[in-house]
Design a protein around this ligand. Structure first.
Ligand code: XIL
Length: 316
């Protein structure tokens, strides 16, 4: 069967999957395809496990949104990637404006990661423990976490996650590490430093929010560089956007680009799986974030397959 997860598993991968979000689960047509395990054997919560959703005030945890995504996945025996423990975006203001000192902020990070990962213990295969720690030039992003604790927040979060669910694979996830270069090198160096310090780290997530015609030619090499450190890798947030309107030429190039990404994962043995950052243009984050752009998903706004779907098929 030429369906996305069937083909991914035939290629030795653990899953082909997709992000989804709570409001989308009220659309029965959407949920029917989301539940099609021939295409999707893995789900990621696009928003509802983030810090603002899960610890809106200090020490008060709310898991209802994340729990609904987990329940949806479990109905169909789909794997779940946890997203995420520590990120500079979608933070509640009590974290960003708290003016906490080093020790207090580290304890806040530890409590957040520990409580979040514990809540889902045994239900989540991989956690994006750290999301987007780097600037594009490879320097550390000046988040409240870095400016207050240096890189200590990274080791604190990873150790807390390991203690909370020893079976979960612990990832650092970022964008613009899909090409070799300063940012990917910075990630390699961070992993080496963590490993030297005995900090748990199992995988690197390559978000892969690409632009039609601009998939990096060094994608496979960059993945291999992370694998060479003893880690697994995953394509965690794949979409390939274009300047609207869609044209037959752009859709054809997009299909080729999807093929290129899938082939890179296929060729790297320890690339464990691929996750779309939602599968339909109806619910893609792209138009709301990148003005004038869209069409990034393999299914259109009416849930019809685009050439990109067959591009993925061709890649496996
Ligand atoms: C996006 C969600 O898809 C949007 O709904 C939300 O408004 C903003 O965040 N990198 C990430 C994801 O790691 O968490 C982001 O998700 C997309 C970019």
């Amino acid at each position: 069967l030429a369906q996305l997860n069937v083909l991914a598993q035939s290629a030795g991968k653990l899953y082909f999957g997709t992000a989804t979000d709570n409001p989308e689960l009220t659309n029965t047509t959407y949920v029917a395809q989301l539940s099609n395990t021939l295409d999707f054997h893995q789900l990621t919560a696009a928003n509802s496990m983030k810090w603002d959703a899960t610890e809106p005030s200090r020490g008060t945890f709310t898991f209802s949104g994340g729990d609904a995504i987990v329940a949806q996945a479990q109905k169909n025996n789909q794997l779940i990637r946890g997203h995420n423990c520590v990120w500079h975006n979608q933070l509640p203001s009590w974290v960003t404006s708290g003016n906490f000192n080093n020790a207090t902020l580290l304890s806040i990070v530890e409590t957040h990661c520990s409580t979040l990962v514990s809540h889902y213990k045994g239900k989540i295969r991989d956690w994006d423990v750290i999301n987007e720690p780097f600037n594009d030039d490879g320097t550390f992003r000046q988040s409240v976490f870095f400016t207050t604790t240096g890189t200590s927040y990274i080791s604190t979060a990873l150790r807390a996650a390991r203690a909370a669910d020893p079976q979960a694979k612990l990832y650092i996830n970022d964008f613009n590490i899909e090409a070799t270069g300063a940012k990917a090198t910075a990630m390699v160096n961070l992993v080496k430093q963590l490993q030297a310090e005995g900090v748990p780290i199992d995988g690197i997530g390559l978000q892969s929010h690409f632009i039609v015609g601009e998939v990096p030619t060094t994608l496979q090499q960059s993945m291999q560089n992370f694998v060479n450190l003893g880690l697994e890798v995953a394509i965690t947030e794949l979409d390939i956007r274009m300047t609207l309107p869609e044209t037959p030429a752009l859709l054809a190039q997009q299909a080729k680009d999807y093929t290129t990404v899938i082939q890179a994962c296929k060729n790297v043995q320890r690339c464990v799986g691929v996750t779309l950052w939602d599968w339909t243009d109806k619910f893609s984050w792209v138009p709301g974030t990148f003005a004038g752009q869209g069409g990034a998903c393999p299914w259109d706004e009416n849930f019809a397959k685009k050439p990109a779907y067959n591009g993925i098929v061709a890649g496996w």
